[in-house]
Design a binder for this molecule. Structure first.
Ligand code: SF4
Ligand code: SF4
Length: 419
């Protein structure tokens, strides 16, 4: 182990050697605790519900299709320490367990309150519920592999294999690619599809099963549900909602994630709300999905979710429920909201001069997906290449780096003092 070698000394017994390594880790974890305490994570004192009301709710989106349980556990640990209010993940039992394990590991380091665990499902075909797929043996060996380069999740891994043929006097001849898409890491962003010069990549879509989802909700470790819908037809939403049955009663929050469909958005939200209302015995939230899965691309990606928020904030007749941004959100989102007068405010003035008031903040908060995973993911990758698959708290120097990144992002909404 690389860490052990740093302490290698002929005069030090193996026992001393171990003690010194543990001491180093203890100091590293103490640095992590000190950072959390210095920043003063408000989630120690305020519940996720209160954060929604106060406009400083932050959700980590692990990804509706991202199922790499090692990364998900470590991401959950880091962002719990950074004070998020909710962690949204795939509606899969092992993924939910990984999120809860990460949360509990974080709370062993510093006893913050537990963020809510949310699972995401879809009522019909949806960008968030798809995977890329191709047969690497069909790829020409001279392909420069742009799919592998463009994938933000390191979900494509290809090795060209040379085949030594007996019949050609021991010479090496071209063989075929091995590897392909790592299904558990693919979250369906679609960036590999257009770059393949040979059109080899297929899209596999799926819909989460309502019965399995209901069983998962009834476990004690799921707090919230998010339903992704296109908002264009509500029959499939109703079918899914009915299929969830009495599991709805186990939830603290139901979120509906939908895109801006212009003038029809409000009427669609009203219809969806009328479907939910009879069984709804908890809070509800509208996730404004601006530009799905694009927050890591650049500053401008957040514009669509802010425009969506502006659109809804100005509408008088929208149904009950918190509003939360997603889709293209990144480190510039909170500033963007501030510039249009929507950050942590109960009142909003339209161009007409009319002021709209809300009993709680107009925008409950922000959810971060691709961007949040990217800034911490590169540290996880670096740790993995140095130490192999590991729990991040076993390498506190990486945990400290990852936490600083997470705090800088979460702090844009929570207002942390990171000086
Ligand atoms: S869809 Fe996105 S995450 Fe999946 S393999 Fe392609 S580029 Fe990677
Ligand atoms: S870009 Fe297309 S052909 Fe090239 S390695 Fe990727 S999937 Fe295969």
């Amino acid at each position: 182990m690389a860490v052990s070698l740093c302490f290698c000394n002929a005069t030090v017994s193996p026992q001393h050697h171990q003690v010194r390594v543990n001491l180093k880790d203890k100091i590293g974890l103490q640095n992590v605790k000190n950072l959390v305490q210095t920043v003063g994570i408000p989630s120690i004192t305020s519940s996720p519900q209160e954060c929604l009301q106060n406009g400083n709710w932050v959700k980590l989106i692990c990804g509706a299709s991202f199922e790499d349980v090692v990364d998900i556990r470590n991401l959950s640990l880091v962002y719990t320490l950074a004070g998020v209010d909710c962690i949204d993940c795939a509606a899969d039992a092992s993924v939910v367990s990984a999120v809860n394990e990460g949360i509990e590991a974080a709370r062993e380091i510093e006893p913050l309150r537990r963020p809510w665990v949310m699972i995401s499902v879809n009522d019909d075909e949806d960008l968030h519920f798809r995977k890329a797929e191709f047969d690497p043996e069909n790829c020409p060996l001279d392909c420069s592999k742009p799919c592998e380069i463009v994938c933000p999740a390191n979900a494509i891994s290809l090795d060209g294999q040379l085949i030594r043929t007996q019949l050609s006097y021991g010479t090496n001849t071209p063989g075929e690619f091995k590897g392909g898409v790592l299904t558990e890491r693919c979250y369906g962003c679609g960036r590999c599809f257009p770059v393949c010069p040979y059109d080899k990549i297929r899209v596999v879509t799926y819909i989460r099963d309502a019965t399995a989802t209901a069983e998962l909700i009834k476990r004690d470790d799921v707090d919230a549900l998010e339903i992704h819908t296109s908002g264009r037809q509500t029959s499939s939403f109703k079918e899914l909602w009915d299929g969830l049955g009495d599991s709805i009663g186990h939830l603290r929050l139901v979120a509906v994630s939908l895109p801006d469909i212009g003038e029809k958005t409000i009427s669609s939200m009203k219809t969806i709300y009328s479907v939910m209302e009879p069984q709804l015995c908890c809070s509800n939230l509208w996730q404004l999905d601006g530009r799905p899965m694009s927050g890591d691309i650049g500053r401008g990606a957040t514009k669509e979710s802010i425009a969506f928020a502006l659109h809804l904030a100005s509408m008088e007749e929208r149904p009950d429920g918190f509003l939360q941004l997603a889709g293209g959100t990144n480190a510039h989102t909170a500033d963007g909201l501030r510039k249009v007068g929507l950050f942590k405010t109960k009142a909003f003035t339209r161009n007409s001069g009319n002021e709209k008031h809300s009993v709680h903040d107009l925008i409950g908060g922000v959810a971060y997906g691709g961007y949040a995973r990217k800034i911490v993911g590169r540290i996880l990758s670096s740790m993995q290449s140095q130490h192999g698959i590991a729990n991040i708290e076993e390498h506190p120097e990486y945990l400290l780096q990852a936490l600083k990144e997470a705090l800088a992002l979460v702090g844009t909404v929570k207002g942390y003092n990171l000086c």
